[in-house]
Ligand binder design. Structure first.
Ligand SMILES: [Fe+2]
Length: 317
């Protein structure tokens, strides 16, 4: 698949507040839902046939939605905007740039409710900008339970990292916090060092989804809790260079990679300088505990080629 280059000479179409949630599509949703609720620490806020909405301890209605598809795929990534007006303005600006709108601004058909616009990025990913989701009460994020608070980031494999960065920075207004050579780019929309990262790859797919633990102690106890049930990290624990966050990578029953992380660097917007990190062991694995990623986890991170949202619509129509 090649990637269309969409640049934007004008201001970004919106100011993204945060990455709220990610939807993953898998052939056997029930087994994945069981894993994320019984082992990973999330809990279901709503579910239907072959679909569930799962929350962490934070205030987001859900952070992970799992649905069904013949092959593993990224279902959707959801960013928060501030107001309905911002959603409407973003939709108009996206249309002018030729970005395919899948859901015009309006009420969303989702367990979280809300008002939003959905569009397809240049590589076929479904992206939602939304406001006014249903409220849920935060759970005790700093209690002892090793439960993820929110989505920390999603890493996306891209066939053209420069075109991907052009769209997400020029059109969506994200900023590049750091590069890992010309292999990975880390993008932020708020103080978190990155909520999205792109990885140059042979095909478009989801690389992994990372879940934020409140502290490094929660992070370690989360790993320990999984270990007690026979689930061991396939890479980590360790601490990355770019972003300075801890990492421990696992593979879920569908073969998708999930990560516990904590302590991601917080960015001072006015003084931060983007760097290019050489991919050396001491910069990639600051603690020296993780070593290089295994062949197995690299294969899972590569995933299977995702033809994109519009291709899925045409095959199910
Ligand atoms: Fe990660």
């Amino acid at each position: 698949m090649t990637q269309q280059l969409i640049t934007n000479p004008g201001p970004p179409v919106a100011t993204l507040r945060s990455l709220r949630s990610v939807a993953l599509l898998v052939p056997d949703p029930k087994t994945s839902i069981d894993f994320y609720t019984e082992s990973w620490g999330l809990s279901a806020v709503d579910h239907g046939e072959d679909v569930a909405w799962l929350r962490g301890t934070g205030e987001e209605h859900h952070i992970l939605q799992i649905g069904r598809n013949e092959h593993n795929a990224l279902g959707r990534i959801v960013f928060a905007l501030g107001t309905r007006r911002e959603v409407d303005d973003a939709a108009r600006a996206l249309e002018v740039l030729g970005v395919p709108i899948v859901h015009e601004p309006g009420p969303l058909d989702d367990a979280a409710g809300g008002y939003g616009v959905q569009f397809v990025d240049p590589e076929g990913r479904l992206v939602e900008l939304s406001v006014e989701r249903f409220a849920v009460a935060a759970k005790d994020a700093n209690g002892r339970a090793a439960i993820p608070r929110k989505i920390a980031h999603v890493v996306l494999n891209t066939v053209d990292i420069d075109a991907a960065c052009a769209f997400y920075t020029e059109v969506l207004g994200m900023r590049i916090s750091d590069w890992s050579e010309h292999q990975m780019a880390f993008l932020r929309c708020n103080r978190d060092h990155h909520v999205i990262a792109f990885n140059q790859a042979p095909w478009t797919s989801v690389n992994h989804v990372a879940y934020e633990m409140p502290t490094v102690d929660h992070f370690m106890r989360g790993i320990g809790k999984l270990k007690q049930t026979g689930i061991t990290p396939e890479w980590g624990p360790g601490r990355h260079g770019p972003g300075d966050n801890t990492f421990s990578y696992f593979t879920d029953p569908a073969g998708l990679v999930c990560e516990y992380t904590s302590e991601v660097a917080q960015i001072e917007e006015d003084s931060w300088l983007c760097r290019v990190w050489p991919r050396t062991p001491e910069l990639s694995d600051q603690w020296g505990t993780a070593g290089p990623p295994t062949e197995k986890i690299r294969t899972h991170m590569a995933g299977v080629a995702d033809p994109g949202h519009l291709a899925r619509l045409s095959t199910t129509a």
